[in-house]
Design a protein around this ligand. Structure first.
Ligand code: FAD
Length: 299
């Protein structure tokens, strides 16, 4: 099923996992999938090369999610370091696995490298990848978006204009970068409305369970840490169990506020910690079943 169709029955609750490092066997992630499948998410997305994880495993893991667990899989795909022939090869593998959904991304430009594609065998932006996929295929395509603006872009409005181009190139839905202050998300939705971008937007939420990890991630993506959130990090940063408890409570509060405000979807960055996802899900089970008068699709 195409993920855009899932949004006909909102909210869609989805989960993100990452593949193991290239040197690790794929089996190390199977228990995670098993535990997450139990939560009956609308879809599970699998990152591509993010944080040094293996690109080669993404299609295989998406295949397992889709064909073994019968859960919709969203395969992330970055294009900045790939030729069009390499992307075509990956698209063919996805077709063979019956994967219908791709999150089309540019990817981060590696540190210290300036990127200037010299010929048209490469891509410059995610919109080029979206155009490529949509030209020849019936894949449902998602795109990344940034409520606080993408870190490389000088201002939010320019970034939003670039996002609009991704929508015009055929993106079917959007997933946001993580954020810790819902007001950025609400203000972002208003701006999309003004710009005439009417795609479903899933809110990316990351429960914080590790101080160093969150400092590294927010350093890379530029997400603002609200005072309330910083207090949690300062007070419980060195106490992993207390931080986990507080991080789960913070994410749950964010999610309840987003669902109450009518968010199209919640995309939980699970960091391959199914027990954390399970804990959050258990806190919203009644809220979830209140949608549509019955159990909503996913979680
Ligand atoms: P783009 O949409 O191409 O934007 C990149 C920058 O270029 C932005 O600053 C934008 O404003 C600018 N831009 C876009 N179009 C134009 C234009 N026509 N002219 C001038 N400037 C333009 N990374 C991974 O490596 N693997 C993953 O699996 C992964 N998953 C992700 C999932 C989500 C939900 C999100 C939010 C991010 C993910 N990322 C992943 C990170 C992502 O690759 C980076 O944020 C990357 O730097 C930008 O990717 P993009 O697809 O948003 O790029």
């Amino acid at each position: 099923m195409k993920i855009k169709e899932l949004f006909n029955n909102k909210p869609v609750i989805s989960l993100e996992i990452f593949p193991p490092k290239p040197e690790a066997p794929i089996d190390t992630v199977l228990d995670t999938i098993d535990a997450l499948a139990d939560l009956k998410p609308g879809f599970i997305s699998v990152t591509y090369g993010a944080g040094g994880s293996s690109k080669a495993h993404t299609v295989k893991i998406a295949d397992i999610i889709k064909n073994k667990y019968q859960i919709e899989a969203l395969a992330h795909l970055t294009c900045i370091n790939s030729t069009k022939a390499e992307i075509e090869d990956t698209l063919e593998q996805l077709r063979m696995s019956n994967i219908e959904n791709i999150l089309a991304l540019r990817g981060d430009i590696p540190f210290g490298e300036s990127f200037s594609p010299s010929d048209n065998s490469h891509y410059r932006y995610a919109e080029d990848l979206i155009t490529h996929i949509k030209a020849s295929d019936s894949f449902c395509v998602g795109a990344a978006c940034y409520p606080e603006g993408h870190i490389e872009c000088s201002d939010l409005i320019s970034d939003l204009k670039h996002l609009k181009q991704k929508a015009e190139c055929g993106a079917d839905f959007l997933i946001t970068q993580l954020f810790f202050d819902n007001n950025y998300f609400y203000s972002f939705l208003e701006k999309l409305d003004i710009l005439g971008v009417s795609l479903p937007v899933s809110a990316g939420i990351m429960p914080v369970i590790n101080k160093k990890q969150i400092e590294r991630i927010t350093g890379l993506c530029g997400a603002t840490l609200p005072v309330k959130f910083k207090r949690i990090l300062d007070r419980y940063g060195d106490n992993s169990e207390a931080l986990k408890e507080a991080g789960i409570a913070y994410a749950t509060e964010q999610i309840i506020d987003l669902l109450s405000s009518g968010a199209d979807g919640i995309h939980l960055y699970t960091m391959n910690r199914p027990e954390v996802a399970r804990n959050i899900v258990s806190h919203i089970s009644n809220i979830r079943s209140s949608f549509n008068g019955s159990e909503s699709p996913g979680i």
